[in-house]
Design a protein around this ligand. Sequence first.
Ligand code: MYA
Length: 618
Amino acid sequence: MSLLRTFRVGLTTGARLIRRRQLAAAASSSSKDKDPTPSSFALNLFTGKLVLDEVFPFPEALSEEGKETLGLLVDPLTKFYEEVNDAAKNDQNEKVSDEVMDAVKKMGGFGMQIPSDLGGLGLTNSQYARLGEISGGYDLGLSIVMGAHQSIGFKGILLYGNEEQKKKYLPRLASGELIAAYCLTEPTSGSDAQSIRCKAELSPDKKHYILNGSKLWISNGVIADVFTVFAQTPLGENQENKITAFIVERNFEGVSNGPPEKKMGIKASTTAAVYFDNVKIPVENVLLEPGDGFKIAMNILNNGRFGMAAAMTGTMKALIQRASDHVSQRVQFGSTLDSYGSIQSKIAKMALQAYVTESIAYMISANMDKGAEEFQLEAAISKIYGSEAAWNVADECIQIHGGMGFMTDAGLERVLRDLRIFRIFEGTNDILRLFIALTGFMHAGKQLRGLAKAIQNPFSNPSLVFAEGTKRAKNAFGLATTSSLTQFTHPDLKKPSDQATAAISKFGITAQDLVVKYKKDIIHQQILLTQIADAAIDIYAMVSVLSRATRSLKLNLPSAEHETKLCTIFCDEASERVLTNLKNAKSAQEQQKNDVLKDIAKEVVEKGHYVPVHPLEV
Ligand code: MYA
């Protein structure tokens, strides 16, 4: 856009441009005019650079006033969960009662991050994380009702809405008078979000878009009044389809939903198909510009993922409390269970995983509060690590309880059922692992002179080009790091810091070697990509706990010594895993094993059943 034209645009358009710029900045690591060294620790790992601004020191998230505000909310929310809400009843009834919904509304629980001048509580991400953590400790079903509404449902309006859109919708969304839902997934489009088919066409008078199509498995789909809907819109001279984000009201004619799905867990929340039959959406209800929808969709998810890690932290803490109560009271073979080594190891590992998830969740939320723009990898890491950790912790908690844990009355099987979806929704952990590795490699490719001019579609576009030039690439890569984390960590953490430093250094070198070895073919190496993602997850986790434990030691917190142990053990185990994953990603022998795995899968799928002849039928 020329300067003159920029000068002429009115105030509204100006504000729109600013939001577009914010969107572009937050959207992707790949925009062309971007600072080549982003602030994201995880992204820089792939180029062997140690960029620590967002990980050291552990961020101080709240001002005194922020703590005070949070203090005023924690007690009522806890009291609500203890005295008003009944998670087991919600699960059994497969709904949240009107009484409970009203109580959440009264507490402001539906508008936690909406600014106070628009009727919300105006909380920061860190404050929201803390309340999400409490919710996750009591009732994951109700957490999803609240989370699908504000973590993703109206997040598009909050982040990218113009003044009119915000004023029109946010106050009633904050009070809970209106409930929101996020509509991306379709019958033929799950992980492959860009392949959606819902279509919105501009009416001849250009006043409306006409929306047709259906969305699937929409959280809050039965109860929502406002939907953020993503649909293809034909744009430009060629009428090329691009995704646009729309605010759609239930009371627009032609909006309906299917029955609530029968599902394994989070039964208190409704999940349903939502149908759009010639729905007239006023053009004013487009978020940002037509065609901006995919990045809006991705950024909403990026923006909400830390909330999931926070909720998982709460779930794990509650499970740890249940497990420790049990093991300190239950007597078998003449002693309480806590005296047995195998139980002690389980409890310690549960604590370890909660500590890591908590450290990651609050590291990210604080960075987002400080205005970080590149957190998509960290957000994905928090979702993957948190959802898997919570699953492990719930499983072990049940194991520790023995037969008792299997019984519905113990309330643990509900938590396990509720947790299962967290590894699937908001981006399956499998696709997020590929996303982490490919985004990292894409960034690494761009950093290398002579490599990768562009990667348009790392998952499916075969025209992706990694230029040749192996030797030059090697030199340009800035081979790993010369710094050591020990400069930033407490002396008591020297060993784990050295382990993490070695892992980071090895990661940079391995990432480079792999880019050079596979070039464009790296996109097809999914097993290898998963190993790389796992290494990146462990490294980010190590750095998060090192930073947190350092802070605790410096502040001489009462838990500092305990945290030192958690940090030390975690880094010991995680650094081993990193080295193994990196070794496997490069090893020819491991690649041969992967090929055999592929063969086995192919043979099973071709036959359509388990292949070996039954041992009794020979
Ligand atoms: S909601 C539905 C969840 N669905 C998904 O998560 C879909 C998963 N799929 C994807 O994310 C994408 O399709 C993937 C890429 C990642 C697979 N950030 O060619 P591309 C850019 C920024 O790679 P694709 C639900 O489950 C990319 O750089 N940018 O795209 C309910 C490129 O940019 P450029 C991104 O191959 C849950 C462009 O896009 C990102 O099609 C309810 C194209 O990229 C990104 N992430 O796919 C939960 N990805 O063109 C409730 C891509 O500039 C939560 N790009 O190069 C509750 C929590 C509890 C809270 C408690 C509260 C109290």
